[in-house]
Design a protein around this ligand. Structure first.
Ligand code: GLC
Length: 555
């Protein structure tokens, strides 16, 4: 019997797609101001077609004061001048399609920027007015309202409420912001907010985008009455990583919004997709975001957070395949994005800091670069051997590690400021990527300018230093994506293969994927490895080295 989650319909492209995340500030800068832009992306798209990805996902490029690198949107239907114009967006969409790829854009519905016209109108309007109803304004506690309305903490540190000064100059109501104080939360119980977002979806669908990555898709709906939530550790330690619904994350009411959005998309055709950024656990709960009438996919953060441990990986792969298949969705796989420590560094850390805290030069137990990159490559080949959809983050195909030496005065992440430097935040994974080893700014920008400093040693990771070089990380990714397509690994049948402790082995159709996590070499005569070697993350010379993955055409 045909598997229900496999089909030949082009509408189902996303079920097995490899989608590449572009972080526009740091991908390619055409105008030389040191911040990447849309024209820069368009000019470099051929490199992604050459890499072999099916689609790109572009992080926010909308009008924004850039207090949270564009996740603070002041106009959802316009391009920020730092990134270009709407014409540049049209050109990017057209060129992506011309090259045979799809394009997914980011949408940020949980909050807007405090500079959005809606919020400015709310500030100018009196308490309890219709303009304020779009956001979550409340009177404070205490004799004169001097205390926040409840105990919630911002994901970026500090209280989740800020008090406003009313038109008459007196301290007044408080507004909720789960993130920075410049990112007020919208009130999704308001029909007006829902209608506005329907229109924003249509605006971009009309321009030809193939889908949306939905920011904070577990937020939006807050528990009625906004009850105190004292489990500060959970909220403060992470981007909303909670195992049970909290009053601000994972509320049942969010699902009805995704059903409504799905219906908006379906009118444009069954090939337009929604992917959820929903930091909820366990995976069976996360899979609820990918039900047939809701979103198509959800980022598999359970997989991303799994340490380099064969037992833990086996367990999370089983849990992922099981949880997503129960809702008829393919699992996704992801190792890096713009919020987490790059996996070429993270997987080698003795202790991974909590989500969003980042690492710096003085973090204990940092891996030595070579070792980190080697483990990162092994992890990538393991991931790309799994059936389902995979997400890549710009620069991982170059083997980039986390940037560790960003001086305090250059840092930009609000998490750094809101915690007085206690958390490094996410700047280390957002440094502009290297294109050309010998060019100023490694080819990121024609002037050599870069909004975050690039490490001097990054020339060796530059794309032009790796393209065509056998064994380079870039060539490993190119081969893996080509083989993944040829061997139909994205839609293959998965089966575990018995392996000694510390070794992970599975078959995907006729291909065997084996990862050596034992810390010791494994002999190549092992029957587990019988067959033709298709690809290896570390050259196989007599033995199968630790921290390596190999793809084998089974004998
Ligand atoms: C998401 C984004 C992150 C952003 C936050 C607030 O978690 O991925 O970068 O800071 O939402 O919008």
């Amino acid at each position: 019997m045909a598997r229900p989650d496999i089909s030949d319909s082009p509408d189902d492209w996303w079920r097995s797609a490899v989608i590449y995340q572009i972080y526009p500030r740091s991908f390619a800068d055409a105008d030389g101001d040191g911040v990447g832009d849309l024209a820069g992306i368009t000019s470099r798209l051929e490199a992604l077609a050459d890499l072999g990805v099916d689609a790109i996902w572009v992080s926010p490029f909308y009008r924004s004061p850039q207090k949270d690198a564009g996740y603070d949107v002041a106009d959802f239907c316009d391009v920020d001048p730092v990134f270009g114009t709407l014409d540049d967006a049209d050109a990017l969409i057209a060129r992506t399609h011309e090259l045979g790829m799809r394009i997914v854009v980011d949408i940020v519905p949980n909050h807007s920027s405090d500079q959005h016209a809606w919020f400015q109108a709310a500030l100018a309007a009196p308490p309890h007015s219709a303009a304020r109803a779009r956001y979550i304004f409340r009177d404070g506690r205490g004799d004169s309202g001097e205390l926040p309305p409840n105990t919630w903490q911002s994901v970026f540190g500090g209280p989740a409420w800020t008090r406003v000064i009313e038109a008459d100059g007196t301290p007044g109501q408080w507004y909720l912001h789960l993130f920075d104080s410049t990112q007020p939360d919208l009130d999704w119980t308001q029909e007006q907010v829902r209608e506005d977002f329907d229109a924003i979806l249509r605006f971009w669908l009309d321009r030809g985008v193939d889908g949306f990555r939905v920011d904070v898709a577990h937020g939006l709906v807050k528990e009625e009455g906004l009850p105190d939530y004292t489990d500060e550790q959970l909220i403060a330690a992470s981007i909303g990583d909670t195992t049970a619904p909290s009053p601000h994350f994972g509320q049942e009411g969010v699902h009805e919004i995704w059903r409504r959005w799905r219906a908006v998309l379906e009118r444009y055709g069954a090939d337009r997709i929604l992917v959820a950024e929903a930091w909820v656990e366990p995976l069976t709960r996360m899979a609820l975001w990918a039900r047939r009438d809701e979103m198509h996919q959800a980022f598999n953060f359970g997989y991303l957070m799994t340490p380099w441990d064969s037992g833990a990986l086996r367990a999370v792969i089983d849990a992922s395949l099981d949880a997503f298949s129960r809702v008829g969705a393919p699992s996704t796989w992801v190792l890096s994005n713009h919020d987490v420590v790059r996996h070429a560094t993270r997987l080698g850390l003795a202790d991974v800091p909590p989500l969003g805290h980042g690492v710096g030069r003085d973090t204990p137990g940092l891996p030595e670069t070579e070792h980190g990159v080697r483990r990162g490559r092994a992890a990538t080949l393991l991931m790309l051997g799994l059936p389902g959809g995979a997400y890549l983050y710009q620069g991982e195909e170059l083997g980039l590690p986390e940037a560790l030496d960003i001086p305090a005065q250059a840092r930009q992440d609000p998490a750094w400021f809101r915690t007085g430097g206690e958390r490094y935040g996410r700047d280390g994974c957002r440094v502009p990527i290297p294109w050309e080893a010998q060019a100023p700014g490694f080819g990121f920008s024609p002037t050599g300018a870069s909004w975050l400093p690039q490490p001097d040693a990054w020339g060796r990771f530059a794309r032009d230093a790796q393209r065509g070089v056998p064994g380079s990380t870039l060539e490993m990714y190119r081969s893996a994506l080509a083989l993944r397509a040829d061997l139909a690994l994205g839609t293959g049948d998965f089966a575990w293969v018995d392996a000694p402790p510390g070794v992970i082995a599975f078959d995907n159709g006729a291909t065997r994927i084996v990862t050596n996590m034992t810390g010791e070499p494994v002999t190549l005569q092992d029957p587990l490895l019988a067959g033709e070697v298709l690809l290896a993350s570390t050259p196989l010379e007599g033995s199968f080295e630790p921290d390596s993955t190999v793809w084998i055409r089974r004998a």
